[in-house]
Design a protein around this ligand. Sequence first.
Ligand code: SAM
Length: 226
Amino acid sequence: MMRVDIFTVAKEIFSGAISKGNIKRAQEKGLLELYVWDLRDFSPDPHRRVDDYPYGGGPGMILKPEPIFYGVRKVLTPQSRIVLLSPQGRIFNQEIAKELSTLPHIILICGHYKGVDERVRDYLIQDEISIGEYVLSGGEIPSLVVLDAVVRLIPGVIGDLESAKGDSFYSDSLDAPYYTRPADFEGIRVPDALLSGNHEAIRKWRAEKRRKRRFYGRDTGFQCGR
Ligand code: SAM
């Protein structure tokens, strides 16, 4: 059983996403214990304030250290991995998702505003993950990205883990193309190999497509209708 604790100032962002699909299924199957905490609940401030102005001046607010330290201390165990979502972190990928999926306890801290007080980075967190080189308004969407990618790799969450192993990035290739009915859509036909019923021919066709789509040599220019 994996446990995940998420600390946020925007708890409402999570409600839909965690009550659907694999994240919900993982909880129902007893494979994931998930808690989303409102940082305001750990604020020592009588008005539950969690942000304040930056020392030295400048625009924007900073998440105060106390709610984050106090919240994390409440759930921390010797097995926990404390992760800050941050555009400055290591860039998230399938390897990191695999690594995290083996951990018993992950604590995800969502930054907001201009970010978190630097003492959180210096004295609390153990890992810093970015979901890409762009800046979002908060760590909530990044933490959902990480959570979803990790949860579907926990054995037993998706019906057929072999299916996830065929997905892009699991190994050093991208997934093969897929088609469904109809076999002929406005004159555009599904490749003959897939209609042949010959399992070996289908396996070879998919392997060849995967080989050609190896992501190391990926063509990033997308042309509609190519
Ligand atoms: N001032 C920060 C900087 O430039 O590094 C950006 C702060 S951002 C507006 C607010 C929060 O959103 C961050 O603390 C982080 O938790 C989250 N965030 C934004 N972009 C992100 C990304 N690409 N990956 C992960 N988290 C991100």
